[in-house]
Ligand binder design. Structure first.
Ligand code: COA
Length: 167
C-alpha cells in the first residue's frame, strides 16, 4: 500500500504514514515485510496465520496492516479490519528482541488514529485467557474486558473480548 494521508471524517485530522519515531519508522506493511510478519506469527501464536491467509486478508479493502521497522527489521506489527463503526484486530505482535519498550503501545495508538480517521468509533478484539501480557498491555491503555467468548480459539481456549472507545 502506498504512503497516503487519511482525513478523519470526524476530527478532520490528517494521518500520514510513514512517520518516524526515534530510531523507528511507522509505516504501512510492504511486500518486503511479509516474510518477517509470518515468522513472528509462527514464533508467537499457537494458531498463526499462514502466508496464504495473510495475503488473502491483506488484499481485502477493509484491512490495514501497520508495521514498525528498525532499519529493515520488523519490530512490531498490527493487522486490523474496519467493519462499519468497529475496528477489529486480526493480530498484533512485537518481536521478542523489542519487547517492553513501548512498541505495542506505539503500534496500537497508531492503529487507533488510522481507524478513527477512517470512521471507526471503537476498537475490539479477542485475547486468549492465558495471554496475560496482552491483557495487561490493553488494560494499561484503558481497554475494557467486556466478556468471555467460550471456546473461541481453534484449540478450544476461551477468549476475553476486549473493547476500546476511540475519541
Ligand atoms: C503482548 C505484547 C504485544 C506486548 O508488547 P510490548 O511491546 O512488550 O508491550 P509494551 O512494552 O508496550 O508493554 C506495555 C505493558 O504491557 C504489559 N506487559 C507486556 N509484556 C508483559 C509480560 N510479559 N507480562 C506481563 N505484562 C506485560 C505491561 O503492563 C507493560 O507495561 P510495563 O512494561 O510498564 O510493565 C508482546 O508481548 C507480544 O508480541 N506477545 C506475543 C504476541 C501476542 O500475544 N499478541 C497479542 C495477541 S493478538
Amino acid at each position: 500500500m502506498a504512503a497516503m494521508p487519511l482525513k478523519s471524517r470526524r476530527s478532520k485530522k490528517a494521518i500520514s504514514l510513514p512517520r518516524r519515531e526515534g530510531p523507528y519508522l511507522i509505516d504501512w506493511m510492504k511486500p518486503a515485510d511479509v516474510r518477517q510478519v509470518i515468522r513472528l506469527e509462527q514464533d508467537s501464536f499457537p494458531e498463526p496465520l499462514s502466508l496464504r491467509e495473510l495475503i488473502r486478508l491483506w488484499r481485502q479493502p477493509i484491512t490495514r496492516y501497520i508495521v514498525i521497522r528498525k532499519g529493515r527489521r520488523v519490530a512490531a506489527y498490527i493487522g486490523f479490519q474496519l467493519l462499519g463503526p468497529a475496528a477489529h484486530t486480526i493480530s498484533m505482535c512485537v518481536h521478542p528482541e523489542f519487547r517492553r519498550r513501548g512498541l505495542a503501545a506505539l503500534v496500537q495508538t497508531t492503529a487507533n488514529e488510522v481507524a478513527a480517521a477512517l470512521g471507526a468509533r471503537w476498537f475490539t478484539g479477542e485475547v486468549r485467557v492465558s495471554n496475560t501480557p496482552q491483557l495487561n498491555f490493553l488494560k494499561g491503555l484503558g481497554w475494557e474486558q467486556i466478556g468471555v467468548s467460550p471456546h473461541f480459539f481453534k484449540n478450544g481456549e476461551d477468549a476475553v473480548v476486549v473493547w476500546f472507545w476511540l475519541n
